[in-house]
Design a protein around this ligand. Sequence first.
Ligand SMILES: [Fe+2]
Length: 388
Amino acid sequence: MWFFITPEVVYGQDAVSRLGQLKGKSAFIVTDANVVKLGFVDKVKEQLSKAGIGSTVFDEVEPDPSLETVKKGSSEMTKSGPDLIVALGGGSVLDAAKAMWVEYAGPGMKAEEINPFTTGMGLQNKARLVCIPTTSGTGAEATWGIVLTDQAEQRKMSVGSRETMPDIAIVDPQFATEMPPGLTAQTGMDALTHSVEGFTSSWKNDISDGLCIKAIQLVFQYLPRAYKNGQDMEAREKMANAACIAGMGFINSMCAMAHAAGHSLGAVFHTPHGRAVGLFLPYTIEFIGDVREELWAEIAYSIKLEVPKGKKAGPILAEAIRGLARSIKEPLSIKETGIPADSFNNSIEKLVDNAFADFQLVTTARVPSTEETQKFLRYAYEGKSIDF
Ligand SMILES: [Fe+2]
């Protein structure tokens, strides 16, 4: 028995007005200071007040949210007693809100204890969760996954179960227009990595396949446009949709090695999530190689990449992804992210350990050994195509 879980998805221009139709007594808005500064929180409050719902704001979520922030937010939530939680921000904000929701509405559970087999929490009995993304990449509005950072251990934790899926995802492109080009690029690469990994992981399935392929097409077509001109509303809308579609796809099939390695690198060197996973994606395709050749060919066909007769699609797809990344000024190697060689070498064992602690290494279609993972990271540092 397999589940395919999604929230209600409200999308397109002015999707935020869905808030004005909700029923509830009081809302708790989880966000960050930058989103407040952009005036987005006011837009959300305005819609909530149309529904007669008052709101309290918690704007202290940092990038790569820590357990401490989750504890602080959930204790504020407990004081406020909302029946609606509205998360407004990037993936960090949305994930932190899911974790706070568990601690606030669950039966005395800690967010870090939730695993994919946790059921029976009954979170909706106390409050519903609405997620509104302000970036187009993580797809966190449509996933139950929660990534938290244990700062003391320099480790990222992936927690969550299907019960931490938001109730409503509001994908309104107006909130994506203020993303600077660098953030547009990084988060777009995250959406691409979700969809390519979701389409080829060992848990791939009939339900998620179509979503993943569609998201790959949208990213290839619209990410360069959204990067070049942030006010290109068609490109912004298509990328917002792509991120949500990719989220619905991969959360029901899981990601793979680019995410395991990306989480590991991010935990040690604070490389932004989308940048880290995006740079590992071509190496992951090369490493998995022939095990998924048919699927690389399917992806290549879907984005009209020419694969000459007798040639393999995997390396051609990997190069096309490097070309896309280059066109939006994303790094192609760990070295290009600015991490010095000695720091990288000193952390290699930690990086391998972190990658192995990530569940998504196991859902990679070709599961690497410890030695292979170390070699993979060294190749990715130097920008050398995988040949083993
Ligand atoms: Fe991701």
